[in-house]
Design a protein around this ligand. Structure first.
Ligand code: 13P
Length: 254
């Protein structure tokens, strides 16, 4: 049994007052809702602010959107996994397609970040997914296998224990065009099979999230698929009512 997980990736959005208002609204919307694990990933400058506002009873955890591939030291502008742990983060998104595409993060860099995050005590959330061109060329499985195998290669057979994977087809991110539930399920099953071939134990408990134009309205059907264990939400995570609707859709879905 895998507990559903819904994560909000706020990306590079918000100002202090907006972040405060959003998080307060989320805590109000989701007070006493504990059926699903929920996490928000604010921009770095707002992590402390959100952490300070987490209520004693808060069911909403904290994650980072990125992590350095280095531990503390002379790396100007970087933020280490240890710092993120110290700020109250439990999770770190690794290898989001925006970082792969806009900041040239290769599979090798992503693998290093994954292992650094894990070694710092964070749960790495490995983002994988194919571009529209890969999909049109029937290369989806090939691309995703390479993204997953790079992490095994660096981290060894048990690297996916205490980790999360997020399948985010690049063509579905921010486009309003989510993968169909059947289409997403097929890729999720492939990801689980790829992990199972090396570590069946990790594969059975590994949570695989879907991300890409998830809304409250399409979430239930996506989350009802056997291998979809929740979602990584972008735009809709900036609206408390919408995000709460997505969290409720995950309730009892698995
Ligand atoms: P959207 O939900 O805005 O499509 O973004 C998905 C995403 O990139 C989450 O990491």
């Amino acid at each position: 049994m895998r507990r559903s997980l819904v994560m909000g990736n706020w990306k590079m959005n918000g100002r202090r007052d907006q972040v405060q208002a959003l998080f307060t609204a989320l805590e109000d919307q989701l007070a006493s809702f504990s059926a699903v694990e929920m996490v928000v990933c604010p921009p770095y400058p707002f992590l402390a602010l959100v952490h300070d506002r987490q209520r004693e009873t808060s069911g909403i955890g904290l994650g980072a959107q990125n992590v350095s591939m280095y531990s503390d030291g002379a790396y100007t502008g970087e933020v280490s996994g240890e710092m993120l742990r110290d700020m109250g983060c439990e999770f770190a998104i690794i290898g989001h397609s925006e970082r792969r595409l806009l900041f040239s993060e290769t599979n090798e860099v992503v693998a290093k970040k994954f292992i650094r995050a894990r070694d710092a005590g964070l749960v790495p959330v490995l983002c994988v997914g194919e571009s529209a061109a890969d999909r049109d060329a029937n290369r989806t499985e090939e691309v995703i296998a390479a993204q997953v195998l790079a992490v095994f290669q660096d981290g060894g057979r048990e690297v996916f224990r205490q980790a999360v994977v997020a399948y985010e087809p690049v063509w579905a991110i921010g486009t309003g065009r989510a993968a169909s539930p059947a289409e997403a399920q097929k890729v999720h099953a492939f990801i689980r099979k790829t992990v199972a071939a090396r570590d069946p134990e990790a594969a059975a408990t590994l949570r695989i999230l879907y991300g890409g134009s998830v809304k409250a309205q399409n979430a239930r059907e996506l989350f009802a698929q056997d291998d979809i264990d929740g979602g990584l939400i972008g735009g809709a995570a900036l609206n408390a009512v919408e995000f709460a609707g997505i969290c409720r859709a995950a309730c009892g879905a698995n």
